[in-house]
Design a protein around this ligand. Structure first.
Ligand code: PLP
Ligand code: KYN
Length: 422
């Protein structure tokens, strides 16, 4: 392991994505390793917001059909611009709603309890919003929450594929799992899980919040029934930007569980009939008028991903997180850290997850020293060096800063307690 700073500089020089950093606004004197929570603003996203504002200024109501990006078709257009990121056909993806409302929509559409098959299978490590949504969907169908099975983790950080498969019993109607776990960054084996679910006649969908824009997916090839994700993390769509969903084309033509007039076939929508003719694509899972101003940044940012290509993004991301882990092992052993993310490339997502009993205040000390990580309760530090805008030098500097914090016990200045927003 070469721990020299010059080696980091050499890695940056070799980086064929290095020019993308200039596309982003990097906060001054900051090493931003939190792009897995909120990605940075790019100049392209800023321009695309301006262009949507201008079309409102210039065309008013006619913006729905006029201008460079007619609003009526924007959600589908952004879906088709995202399809390579998930390995889908253009009409299988639409930009709409929020992560959680999309999950509600998809469960309302795909959870059809029948006979013995009444349960929903999830896991105990997923992000709380998904679990809240699943429980409320069960209640709406008249079941109590014992109908939600949550696969247990052996080590508190990761899930075992075989344990998930073992939980696919014949009373399960629907499975909802994350693609990448938000704390440990473990990638679940979506291909195998989908295959095993379908062998048992169970519908399966994934929450791609932590994998979208970070790892490649092959949803159509794997036969995944549905997926949903936010666009504000690795895809840099901005705080609260409109989310996305994927529906496998084998399900096209069905009525969505939660219908609205934007679920309609676009040609029929303005016929104003009281019987819905659903769109024959993923667009059918939209509900009402799209949130144009918070979809707009995606026009710019998805263009950047089309230029970079998800394969190159993933390759650089793996090199960054690998370099970070190696430096941590070389420089910080003996300081109480555990690298709690999977170390092998196949199971490691886009961030490194460190556990430490002083994690909350180590995060505060890092922030004070210009490094932005995030803390995840009770003892986790997430560090996400992002391929499009972070550098190997920043990884090197972060480990150096972290070492100083540990050697000088600088974290003692802070309370070991999370802030309101961790
Ligand atoms: C895995 C996962 N699911 C869901 C959410 C939240 O969804 P929403 O965008 O609806 O707030 C997040 C993060 O906020 C997440 O990490
Ligand atoms: N939407 C947010 C709003 C405020 C603060 C954080 C978030 C996050 O997205 C957290 C993220 N889902 C996580 O993996 O922890």
């Amino acid at each position: 392991m070469n721990t020299e700073k010059t080696y980091a500089a050499y890695l940056d020089q070799q980086d064929d994505l290095k020019s993308f950093r200039d596309e982003f606004y990097i906060p001054n004197n900051t090493i931003y390793f939190d792009g897995n929570s909120l990605g940075l603003l790019s100049k392209r996203a800023e321009q695309s917001v301006e262009s949507i504002l201008n079309s409102w200024k210039r065309y008013a109501i006619d913006g729905w059909s006029e201008g460079a990006q007619p609003w009526y078709y924007l959600s589908e257009k952004l879906g088709s611009m995202s399809c390579e990121l998930v390995g889908a056909e253009p009409e299988e993806v639409v930009v709409t709603g929020s992560t959680t409302t999309n999950l509600h929509q998809l469960v309302a559409s795909f959870y059809n309890p029948e006979g013995r098959k009444t349960k929903i299978l999830a896991d105990e490590l997923n992000f709380p919003s998904d679990i809240y949504a699943l429980k409320s969907q069960l209640k709406l169908k008249g079941y109590d929450t014992s109908h939600l099975i949550q696969v247990k983790s052996q080590d508190g950080n990761t899930l075992n594929t075989q344990s998930i498969i073992a939980a696919m019993t014949d009373d399960v109607a629907l499975i909802v799992l994350p693609s990448v776990l938000y704390r440990s960054g473990q990638i679940l084996d979506m291909k195998t899980l989908t295959y095993e679910a379908h062998k048992r006649g169970i519908i399966i969908g994934f929450d791609l919040c932590h994998s979208i824009g970070s790892i490649p997916h092959h949803l159509s090839e794997w036969g995944v029934d549905f997926a949903f994700w936010c666009n504000y993390k690795h895809l840099n769509g901005g705080p609260g930007s409109v989310a996305s969903l994927y529906v496998n084309k084998k399900h096209f033509g069905n009525e969505p569980g939660l219908a609205g007039w934007f679920s309609s076939d676009k040609e029929k929508q303005f016929d104003m009939e009281h019987t819905l003719t659903p769109a024959q694509n993923a667009g059918a899972y939209q509900i009402g008028t799209p949130h144009l101003l918070s979809s707009a940044p995606l026009l710019g940012t998805l263009e950047l991903f089309q230029e970079a290509g998800i394969k190159r993004v993933r390759e650089k991301s793996l090199r960054l997180t690998n370099y970070l882990m190696e430096l941590i092992e070389a420089e910080l052993s003996g300081y109480g850290f555990t690298i709690a993310n999977p170390k092998d490339d196949a199971a490691r997502g886009g961030h490194v997850f460190l556990e430490h009993k002083e994690a909350a205040r180590i995060c505060k000390a890092l922030k004070t020293d210009g490094v932005i990580p995030d803390f995840r309760t009770p003892n986790g530090i997430r560090l996400a060096p992002v391929a499009l805008y972070n550098t190997f030098r920043e990884v090197w500097q972060t480990v150096k800063i972290l070492k100083t914090i540990m050697v000088e016990e600088r974290y003692n200045k802070f309370e070991n307690k999370r802030g309101v927003i961790a």
